[in-house]
Design a protein around this ligand. Structure first.
Ligand SMILES: Cc1cc2nc3c(=O)[nH]c(=O)nc-3n(C[C@H](O)[C@H](O)[C@H](O)COP(=O)(O)O)c2cc1C
Length: 263
């Protein structure tokens, strides 16, 4: 089993985000002979996303920073499990993690990580873990990952034995859950929210054929423009019907420009 930790803390091995991942690593290795590797975003000097959307419209190879982004994407493709770990900086993910996510924005439109498992880690001195765990979960789920679990830690308590024991137990449980999920190799059925999300993307891609030809071609080639979801899913008749209706309403709203500015 190959486990890759993408760590977005500039403090690298000196910081508590990495220390949290190291606890996970120990618990994984206690249970399974896994290949565990670290990818520190700090080492990759990723330039800031320029916001031109060329990756979406004309393909990720058109991003001027593609040579820097691709090796990270390949490392993710090569792993069975990816751990996304970030410190809480001003109630958000770190700049390193946010820029990495921005550079992968095309993955929101053309998710490619179905079948892969993910774990989310967030570390703060005080508060903010919950918000960024939720944000990272939503982000990588949109890239296709099956998020198996998450772990939020408090850096100030690491030297307290009672806290560290609880952390070790939580990490142990997560490792077991993740190993079981990889062994079972089942891609979870999408729920109503995922089905609706898919339909929203589908409407957006279909409407933007001229603007974003690469995106459209990819959806067409993948068969997604004619499907209920990215992959074949059985059952869910009611959820699929609700998602279908919502897609129609959204398409109508876009056609009639019946949305206004938010105030
Ligand atoms: C720029 C910056 C912003 C921070 N913002 C928060 C915050 O919003 N909430 C919080 O509890 N801690 C905050 N902290 C503290 C970090 O979350 C804490 O130091 C954590 O251990 C950082 O991870 P690291 O040890 O891997 O560097 C902030 C730290 C920095 C450097």
């Amino acid at each position: 089993m190959k486990i890759l930790a993408i760590v977005g803390t500039p403090t690298k091995h000196d910081g508590y985000t990495t220390k949290t991942v190291e606890v996970l690593e120990q618990r994984f290795l206690k249970q399974r002979d896994a290949e565990f590797s670290y990818l520190f975003l700090e080492d990759h000097n990723l330039p800031g996303c320029q916001g031109r959307l060329s990756c979406i419209k004309f393909g990720e190879h058109k991003c001027p920073f593609e040579p820097k982004v691709t090796p990270i994407v390949r490392a993710m493709e090569n792993a069975d499990v990816v751990i996304f770990a970030s410190p809480v900086h001003c109630f958000n993910v770190s700049t390193l993690m946010k820029n990495f996510i921005d550079l992968l924005v095309y993955q929101m439109h053309r998710p490619a990580f179905f079948g892969k498992k993910a774990l989310i880690v967030a570390t703060a001195a005080g508060a903010g873990q919950k918000g960024i765990l939720k944000y990272l979960h939503k982000t990588v789920a949109n890239w296709g990952f099956d998020v198996v679990g998450q772990l939020g830690t408090h850096s100030g308590f690491f030297d307290k034995e009672k806290y560290f024991n609880k952390l070790t137990k939580a990490a142990d449980k997560l490792a077991t859950k993740t190993i079981t999920a990889v062994d079972k190799d089942v891609t979870p059925k999408p729920g109503l929210a995922e089905l609706i999300n898919f339909r929203v993307w589908r409407s957006t891609v279909a409407i933007n054929e001229q603007n974003s030809p690469y995106d459209w071609e990819h959806w067409k080639k993948s068969g997604w423009l004619d499907q209920d979801y990215y992959f074949e899913t059985k059952g869910n008749f009611i959820s699929k019907s609700i998602a279908f209706l919502i897609e129609k309403l959204i398409a109508q709203a876009i056609r009639n420009v019946s949305v206004g500015p938010s105030t």
